[in-house]
Design a protein around this ligand. Sequence first.
Ligand SMILES: [Zn+2]
Length: 231
Amino acid sequence: MDLYECEKCKDRGYIYHSETNSCEICECEERKIYERILEKSGISEQFRKKGFKEFETKTEFQKTAKTIAIDFVKNFKDIENTRNSSIAFLGNCGAGKTHLSIAIANNLMAKNIGVLYMPYRECITRIKQVIIDDIEYNRIVNKYKNARVLLIDDFAKGKITESDINIMFEIINYRYLNQKTIILSSELTQDRLLDFDEAVGSRIIEMCRGRIVEALGIENNYRLGGNKNEI
Ligand SMILES: [Zn+2]
């Protein structure tokens, strides 16, 4: 058994550098904040149950999606902070997109990498409620802009308004420019992602290039999107 939950800071939450006599907040602190948010929202238990082991792979979509998800976790530290450090599961419902997204989050969290969970519809509704309160609006939106990793679950679900698009553009564009990772699940296909909004959709596609798995039809056939040689 490991002596500490975080070997890097020995659970102090900060790292002391004697050569410069300075302290640095440890990466595990961000992870702990996001775990507390999950606990407060009452979904942390459901969340924890969703690992790669529990993910059934009956269809081609599920097999491919799982392989890409596991590779993504394995290679995360090498691809982080690059233009291409995100992943998306698109298309048909019931294909397990949310499960896989959460499994990625759990596995990154186990490595002390903070993943902020953003259930799209609930969050966008909450943000719109505070849209005329600058301070509160920025407090919430900045959280989604700056999280080390952001999991956007069920993106673009429900009726889409102009202000939904503006809010999502603000968040996605910031993360795009700053090379920050998103994990995205959505019932939209790639084409419909562009219909949602071309600026938002094209940025998501570029960020996730090579790691967009799209479930098609009831058999959950799949296609890989954003590749040069698209299937
Ligand atoms: Zn630490």
